[in-house]
Design a protein around this ligand. Structure first.
Ligand code: ZN
Length: 300
């Protein structure tokens, strides 16, 4: 199943540009808001499975067509956005760190940084803004101290995230603090849609990457995660209670701009394209603060 947020309405996808309006098709039982769907994820999945099972009679259903510009974050109001640092050996090495042992390095991207998959992003003045393509987990069932074996059962689905990072703010101060430098407006594009784990080729081994102006910068596979999805959800849930609709950015592979020699950061006019096998793609373009459109509207 693929579930999209089209202008604030839940849409069950039948193609990359068409789907079934959930609220209309369910006569108001589910949707249109995405957050309430995650609150009733099990019931929603049963309903959605029945819809797919009767897809041949879909002609009478309320079909919607949409464009990329209408897509917002598939979970637009998570109560928590958890993000993991240094979760690929190659990225830990390029960043000059030992691969972490024990608890994964964890920070938040504040929810006001959340946006849809195809955003215009304003570059903070005086900053070094960098890219980090990441597999993002959407939580579907409350997870509290779950085992690794049970962890996937608490995942609603997977999507793409860009953990856009301003390295000056990220590394300022006497101790590392990641959350502020990674939480400027629209620094957390998520989407284009949620894909349930059973509908991706192998949820533990997906190719992911990104390019800047067509030049490939990152090219990895999620099988190289130090803490794979199940372990992350389990380990995090022993400290944090993960809630339906929460997002977990799982970390980025190597190839970030800060680790390049010479270093390379995003400039006004740059176009960032990100992809994950089976999940789709994202496109951001970057503008300088002076040239930027109003970013006070950060609706995700
Ligand atoms: Zn990251």
């Amino acid at each position: 199943m693929r579930l999209a947020n089209v202008d604030g309405r839940a849409v069950l996808l039948t193609s990359d540009t068409d789907g079934i309006d959930v609220a209309e098709a369910s006569a108001g039982r589910f949707g249109p808001d995405l957050p309430v769907i995650y609150q009733e994820w099990d019931g929603f999945c049963s309903w959605a499975d029945a819809q797919e099972a009767t897809a041949t009679s879909a002609g009478s259903r309320p079909r919607v067509s949409f464009t990329r510009a209408q897509l917002r974050s598939p979970s637009p109001a998570p109560r928590q956005i958890v993000a993991i640092g240094l979760n690929y050996h190659t990225h830990a090495a390029e960043s000059g760190f030992e691969a972490p042992t024990g608890l994964p390095p964890t920070f938040t991207k504040f929810v006001s940084s959340l946006t849809g998959p195809d955003a215009e992003v304003t570059l903070p003045p005086g900053g070094n803004t960098d890219w980090e393509v990441e597999l993002v987990v959407v939580i579907g069932r409350t997870a509290r101290a779950v085992s690794e074996a049970d962890a996937w059962g608490h995942v609603a689905g997977l999507t793409i995230g860009q953990d856009i990072s301003e390295r000056v703010a990220q590394l300022a101060g006497p101790a590392p603090q990641f959350s502020l430098g990674k939480s400027f407006p629209r620094f957390a594009p998520v989407g284009p849609w949620l894909v349930t784990p059973e509908d991706v080729p192998d949820p533990d081994d997906l190719a992911l990457g990104c390019s800047v102006n067509g030049e490939v910068m990152q090219d990895g596979r999620t099988r190289d995660l130090i803490h794979p999805v199940a372990r992350l959800v389990s380990v995090l849930s022993h400290t944090i209670t993960l809630l339906p609709g929460d997002l977990v950015f799982t970390g980025t592979p190597d190839g970030v701009g800060a680790a390049r020699r010479p270093q390379r950061f995003l400039q006004s006019g740059d176009r960032l394209h990100s992809w994950i096998e089976g999940l789709g793609e994202q496109h951001q373009h970057f503008v300088s603060g002076a040239a930027a459109a109003d970013t006070t509207d950060t609706r995700p």
